[in-house]
Design a protein around this ligand. Structure first.
Ligand SMILES: [Zn+2]
Ligand SMILES: [Zn+2]
Ligand SMILES: [Zn+2]
Length: 282
């Protein structure tokens, strides 16, 4: 049995490996927003091989595109598997406790990939679905006006803008970031607070603080669970998940940090500097 959980541990799951079908990296805008990450990694497993554990009352289920359901934990905002997709359960591999031994066989929705992310492995890439598979293709509305780089959550309740270049952008592989995003790693941009503003819905952003952590916190939309910007406790910096962006920030991440904690199931040798722990002082 392979096990996983959300960031707070309130929602968990168990998967009988015999029910594993395949695993893929999805670059669609829905996954990017739901996770607040460059891409999401899902294991497709049989419903009969999947068991949810923990507190079912914490799970918020919603339909994100026609016929497709996503779910998240209302306490911590982490994506959790939905039980409303028929005979199949899509398990976010970023939430697995140990290496389940699963490996991705391909990328999907690369036609919708984030312009700021470079796919660096040699797995087959499919522009949309894998041949023989079909489903809805959702086009996100383009950002409306031109003041800065725009971002929003999956349901649209929360939107924000960044009006100056990011000071720094890190791909972070630490365990907390991975659990919060339920993805291989985060890509977080840092901007001075004066260069950030909420366009709407700020009151609907929940901040979850990990009890045992000194500074780690995860912000998400109360309605859809999408990873959202958070303001540091000092109040001087906004930290943004690039997965939430609707427009191109015009740059890639600067580096990978905490690579000592990187998952064994994602190869990301994209040429960016890799730091085993925190970023070196700038
Ligand atoms: Zn949780
Ligand atoms: Zn997707
Ligand atoms: Zn939302």
């Amino acid at each position: 049995m392979a096990t996983g959980a959300c960031l707070c541990g309130g929602v968990g799951w168990r998967v009988d490996e015999a029910g594993f079908h395949h695993m893929s990296h999805c670059h669609c805008s829905m996954c990017r927003k739901a996770h607040g990450a460059a891409f999401a990694t899902y294991a497709t497993v049989a419903r009969s091989a999947f068991e949810r554990t923990g507190d079912a009352a914490l799970v918020v289920e919603r339909q994100s595109s026609p016929g497709f359901h996503r779910a998240f934990c209302r306490t911590c905002g982490a994506v959790v598997p939905s039980l409303n997709n028929g005979d199949t359960v899509y398990v976010p591999v970023g939430g697995m406790h140990d290496d389940p031994g699963w490996r991705a066989s391909h990328h999907i929705f690369t036609a919708h990939a984030a312009p700021w992310h470079r796919i660096a492995d040699t797995l087959p890439r499919h522009a949309l679905y894998r041949p023989g598979e079909a489903g809805p293709v959702v086009e996100r509305p383009a950002p409306v006006d031109g003041d800065g780089v725009a971002g929003s959550c999956l349901c649209g309740a929360v939107a924000f803008a960044v009006t100056a270049p990011f000071r720094v952008v890190h791909n972070c592989h630490c365990t907390r970031c991975r659990r919060a995003r339920q993805a291989a790693h985060t890509t977080n941009g840092f901007v001075a607070i004066d260069d950030f503003r909420w366009r709407r819905g700020a009151a609907g952003v929940v901040l979850y603080r990990l009890p045992e952590a000194r500074v780690f916190a995860h912000a998400f939309c109360r309605l859809c669970g999408s990873g959202m910007p958070r303001i540091t406790d000092a109040g001087d910096t906004a930290i943004l998940p690039l997965g939430a962006l609707d427009s191109d920030p015009g740059r890639q991440a600067d580096d990978h940090i905490f690579t000592d904690f990187a998952t064994p199931w994602y190869e990301g040798e994209d040429g960016l500097p890799r730091h085993p722990g925190p970023p070196p002082p700038s």
